[in-house]
Design a protein around this ligand. Structure first.
Ligand SMILES: [Zn+2]
Length: 455
């Protein structure tokens, strides 16, 4: 059965109080995983979600994951709904835990009371990720017995705590989660009225670079001249990372263009304002701003052991360490990028100073398959639901579980959607979700499931 956007919209409209009610209920539940992932409040939160999913036909239950030492940890919600063994299977992901609220006074509304102001519903978790749960619930509710795909559900209970149980849990339930398409509703749109798929995430590789020039500190008046201090030598090494255009000059790092093509570049003035860039600074690098933020690598010195200015004295520092966080292009293996970075620092030791590089962690990025049928169906569904062409967007940072999920299920098409938009304030005070945007997201996911069902 092929449903039109209008038919789906009418169903979502009819059920809207119940669908938005899920977001309102979730805000009141205070499911803050930082207050104890295995706590009673998290069990209640998981039970609520399982109950809502059962309402729309999913055989769902709350189960407690085990951490790597076998101790009870996060409360997860899993479930399934089989309609036809020959139909494709879609795994729906969201998370039911939320960020804490360190200071309620920073909020204009009570953080745990859903408060509607204009088109926005305020409350902790409204967009991250109660909205994601509401999208899955609303789409299944709208399709009802017309659902043409088999559904599996995983609503995680510790996403905001770094998903420590995620991999062991997925591996323990491998067959239960095995699917053709995975919809991760934990990201967002270009704007409340402009839909997006999230197309890529950068990976990361972090290392410590130790630079040594002397066996012990010496007087800078006595030895300054032929001997450079470790801070200066380290700075020379750091300065070599970028060329005169501000392009990263570390050989062996991949760079790419926005996945699925660039429909709209980011606005430089908006980006400067959001980051508070000083007026005199010229943004560095070449290519679109989107490619520089999403698909090209970048290196940042995130730590540097130099003597503080206060109480400094006339000494040549013998050794120092700096830490580099490298953001890796979505398609590059972060271990390959790490090797390139280690090689670069070791080969560029200024004046033969001892340089020793210590690799720390490396995490995979992720890139959507822009050409597969599921992606095309998702873009068409977003267009029909919003009445406007979607604008693909990448992420400069990482959502670590997405590459993990892709690694465990390499053949599944992962689609990243969600109810956030640039003014949602996820993780911050005054978090909110656009009510009209959320409604269109529900319509879009229902249309997508419907299209996948007839593939
Ligand atoms: Zn989230």
């Amino acid at each position: 059965m092929i449903l039109t956007a209008d038919q789906i919209r009418a169903r979502v409209d009819a059920d809207w109080p119940q669908i938005l009610g899920v977001v309102e209920d979730r805000i009141a539940l205070r499911p803050i995983s930082a207050h104890g992932i295995n706590g009673e409040h998290m069990r209640k939160s998981a039970e609520y979600v399982a109950n809502k999913l059962r309402e729309v036909g999913v055989d769902a239950k709350a189960v407690q994951a085990r951490d790597k030492d076998g101790n009870p940890s996060a409360w997860e919600v899993i479930g399934s709904l089989e309609v036809n063994p020959n139909a494709p299977t879609v795994l729906l992901y969201a998370h039911h835990d939320v960020q804490p609220v360190p200071d309620e006074k920073e909020w204009d509304t009570a953080p745990f009371e859903a408060t509607l102001k204009g088109d926005r519903l305020y409350g902790r978790g409204a967009c991250d990720d109660a909205g994601g749960i509401a999208i899955h619930y609303g789409a299944l509710r709208a399709l009802g017995d017309q659902l043409g795909v088999n559904i599996k559900v995983f609503i995680e209970g510790e996403e905001e705590m770094g998903s420590a149980s995620f991999i062991p849990f997925i591996e323990a339930h491998h067959d239960e989660f095995d699917s053709d398409v995975i919809i991760v509703a934990d990201s967002g749109n270009w704007a409340p009225d402009v839909p997006s798929l999230t197309t890529s995430l950068r990976g990361n590789a972090t290392c410590d670079v130790h630079v040594k020039v002397l066996g012990h500190p010496v007087h800078s008046g006595q030895y300054g001249g032929p001997v450079l201090d470790a801070n200066t030598l380290a700075s020379m090494l750091i300065a070599k990372m970028y060329d005169e255009k501000g392009e990263l000059a570390i050989p062996g790092l991949m760079e790419g263009e926005p996945i699925g093509g660039l429909q709209r570049d980011l606005d430089e003035a908006d980006m400067r304002a959001a980051a508070g860039v000083v007026d005199s600074f010229t943004l560095v690098g070449t290519g679109s701003l989107a490619s520089r933020l999403w698909t090209k690598p970048s290196a940042t010195v995130i730590g540097f052991d130099a003597h503080p200015v206060k109480d400094s004295f006339n000494v040549i520092s013998p050794e120092t360490t700096f830490r580099v966080s490298l953001r890796v292009a979505p398609q590059q293996d972060p271990h390959v990028a790490m090797d390139a970075m280690v090689d670069f620092f070791e080969k560029n030791a200024p004046f033969g100073a001892e340089v020793h590089v210590e690799p720390l962690e490396a995490g995979m990025g992720w890139a959507m398959n822009p050409d597969c049928e599921a992606t095309q169906d998702a873009l068409t569904s977003l267009k029909e639901a919003f009445g406007i062409d979607p604008v693909n967007k990448g992420e400069g940072g990482s959502i670590p579980f997405i590459p993990e999920l892709q690694k465990i299920f390499p053949d599944a098409q992962v689609l990243v959607t969600g109810p956030e938009d640039p003014i949602s304030n996820a993780h911050s005070p005054n978090e909110s979700v656009s009510v009209s945007g959320l409604r269109k997201d529900v319509v879009a996911e229902a249309l997508l499931l419907d299209k996948l069902g007839r593939a």
